[in-house]
Design a protein around this ligand. Structure first.
Ligand SMILES: [Zn+2]
Length: 220
């Protein structure tokens, strides 16, 4: 179990910039590492050798002290809670950026089920992965970055919401799904447990494809 936590800490160190205090570090011991870094990862230290993080709307705890009620004897469950803690940490970090998609989803809490479903739908689909990770650049955003005015077929310099959910000139408009009420689904196509989750994602993928084709026309 200790090995799992130490390994988790080292994975964290590989992927995340270190806070200034870690510059101390050659002689740092495992206890120091775990006590200092797990709070970054699982959000709150609640006592000696115990931490908790938001997990699917409830509070999940983990403890390395066998006498603590939050002690997790199951190594798989402990690993799962550590992974979820890291995902929740990354999600919150993204939410605190100044990206447009993060701004729209500021009030959407991290949900394990939604994240799990998003990973499943995008695991072998690069186009779905691009949508779900915010890899779309609207015509309006492109114009801001490059100065190139590429108008939507309706004549607007369009935002992503317009291109996907509002434009009256998209082909197959009768097949356009309802506009999702959840911002993370509307903007990033993350499933929310609705029967039309896959149809919404498929529509978003088709719209992005059309938008890219319009932007990058083959030379004549
Ligand atoms: Zn349009």
């Amino acid at each position: 179990m200790l090995q799992t936590c130490v390994s988790a800490v080292f994975r964290f160190l590989q992927h995340c910039p270190l806070p200034a205090w870690t510059k101390l570090s050659v002689s740092m011991c495992f206890r120091f590492l775990i006590n200092q870094i797990l709070p970054y990862w699982v959000a709150y230290r609640t006592g000696s050798w115990t931490w908790r993080h938001p997990d699917d709307g409830k509070t999940a705890s983990l403890a390395l002290d066998p006498n603590n009620s939050a002690f997790v004897p199951d190594i798989d469950l402990l690993s799962h809670r550590l992974r979820e803690g890291f995902r929740a940490y990354c999600y919150t970090k993204w939410q605190n950026t100044n990206r447009n998609d993060a701004d729209m989803c500021r009030e959407v809490p991290y949900l394990e089920k939604s994240c799990q479903a998003a990973r499943k739908l995008s695991s072998d689909n690069a186009r779905a992965f691009a949508i779900m990770t915010g890899g779309c650049v609207s015509q309006a955003c492109l114009q801001n970055r490059t100065g190139l005015p590429i108008a939507c077929p309706c004549g607007q310099i369009s935002t992503m919401e317009h291109e996907i959910w509002e434009c009256p000139y998209v082909p197959d408009i009768l097949n356009r799904p309802r506009t999702p009420s959840n911002p993370i689904q509307m903007r990033l196509g993350w499933p929310v447990g609705s029967t039309d989750d896959e149809a919404i994602l498929a529509w978003m993928i088709a719209c992005r494809k059309r938008s890219l084709a319009l932007r990058y026309k083959p030379p004549r």
